[in-house]
Design a protein around this ligand. Sequence first.
Ligand code: ZN
Ligand code: ZN
Ligand code: ZN
Length: 109
Amino acid sequence: MAQNGDPWSDTPTARCGKHPVRSEEIQRRGTYVNAQGQFVKYDYNETLYDSDGFCAVESCAFRMYNGRWKCHVCGGGPNTEGRCERKVVENGKSRTCNHQCCHTCRAWW
Ligand SMILES: [Zn+2]
Ligand SMILES: [Zn+2]
Ligand SMILES: [Zn+2]
C-alpha cells in the first residue's frame, strides 16, 4: 500500500496493481515502425494494457496466471484482482489477506 511518494503514482497501474507502466516502457511500446519504416505512435491506452487489462510487464505473475490465482499466503482463491481479497482470521480478528500476487502464488485452474 506504500503508494505515497511513488514517483509513478500519476502513472496508471495495470490490473495487477503492481506495475505502472514506466516511461521507457511507454516509449518502447508506444511506438512501432510501420511498413514505410516510419515510427508511428500507438495510442497510449492501447499499449498500456492488453484487452484484458494486463500490464505490459511480461514477467508479471498476475499476468502469467491470467488474472486467476491462488494466494500462497492464505491459500485462498480464486483471486481475480492483483491483491488477495480473502478474509483471514488472525488472533481472533478477521482481516483481508491483501497479499499481492507474486511468483510463489499459483495459477488457479
Ligand atoms: Zn503487472
Ligand atoms: Zn491471501
Ligand atoms: Zn504470493
